[in-house]
Design a protein around this ligand. Structure first.
Ligand code: SF4
Length: 215
């Protein structure tokens, strides 16, 4: 495969064509935050946390699924880029069903880490919150709390692409969008075994190992 010449944050690079901007940046040790993306899954550009500015492009692009082209000049930390990432995180936090930033049950949450890294505090926006769902504890392998879900679809892709199962899917639309099992039935042990791949890939505590207690 041929190589193309690009520039990221002033660094001149020669990279294989079809490489994504994110991969090219990571290879050059330039950090671009991500949320819906994981390197072992196909990129979908859903969350927009990884946006960057490309000179000549009419709008910011999601670096996780945008391939480089010859002569591309990319900026990963302009004021516009940083402001956009912060708003994306703030909207995700605002759309949660509860004050999860201060919630002990939220566990080790990538959304919280990103909020801290980008210096996003309590959200300013009064947006419609996602519907509150009861915590589902039927499966002995996966506890589901869809009120904490940020619809990144990492669980859907991990289950389908890595384990070659299709336990999860998206259903409904708009604010009612939800990751479901079959026709929105509880997850049970017949359809899901104990691989735990969805838990490993969930950036929030929407999917966790079942545990005793209030969380
Ligand atoms: S359950 Fe977790 S991995 Fe699945 S879409 Fe929601 S936040 Fe993403």
């Amino acid at each position: 495969m041929a190589k193309v010449k690009i520039e990221i944050d002033g660094q001149k690079l020669s990279v294989l064509e079809r490489t994504t901007i994110l991969k090219a940046a990571q290879d050059a040790e330039i950090n671009i935050p991500t949320l819906c993306h994981r390197p072992d899954l196909t990129p979908e550009g859903l969350c927009r946390v990884c946006v960057v500015e490309v000179e000549g492009a009419p709008r910011l692009v999601a670096s996780c699924h945008t391939p480089v082209t010859n002569g591309m000049v990319i900026h990963t930390r302009t004021p516009k880029v940083l402001a956009t990432r912060k708003v994306v995180i703030e909207l995700l936090l605002a759309g949660h069903t509860g004050p999860c930033v201060t919630d002990e049950c939220a566990g080790d949450c990538e959304l919280h880490h990103l909020a801290a890294d980008l210096e996003v505090g309590l959200p300013r926006f009064q947006v419609k919150k996602r519907r509150a769902y009861p915590v589902e504890k039927i499966s002995p392998y996966v506890q589901r709390d869809m009120g904490r879900c940020i619809l990144c679809r990492r669980c859907i892709r991990a289950c389908a692409q890595i384990v070659k199962k299709d336990v999860f899917a998206m259903a409904y639309r708009g604010f009612d969008s939800k990751v479901v099992v079959d026709c929105d039935v509880p997850l049970d042990k017949e359809v899901c075994k104990d691989c735990g791949i969805c838990i490993d890939h969930c950036p929030t505590s929407a999917l966790t190992q079942p545990k005793e207690g209030v969380c």
